[in-house]
Design a protein around this ligand. Sequence first.
Ligand SMILES: [Zn+2]
Ligand SMILES: [Zn+2]
Ligand SMILES: [Zn+2]
Length: 109
Amino acid sequence: MNVTATKELRFSCVSTKQFTIALQNQHVWKCVYCNTIFGRRGGLRRHVQMVHMQMMHKCPIENCTHPGYKCTKALNAHVRTHTRPFQCDRCDASYTRKADLQNHLTLHN
Ligand SMILES: [Zn+2]
Ligand SMILES: [Zn+2]
Ligand SMILES: [Zn+2]
């Protein structure tokens, strides 16, 4: 059986106890982009092509391992985390300095 993965279809086989029991000791396949589990490699392949192989917007930051986003809005939000690592978990605000975020957080109280 030829199981060579192509460049754009990267498969990772997960076989945790839980999943192997659930799938009757079959190998399960995990999407590297969204972690969805599939019982068949063909199912994963179709999923990756359908869901992740459409127009992907890659992160422009060098060395970023993120696979990319389908919409630029989500990508922009991600890119911001590289330059503004302190993000508010209650709204879209993000800051370069922790003190600024802490200052912002008081607004939510
Ligand atoms: Zn996926
Ligand atoms: Zn990135
Ligand atoms: Zn906020």
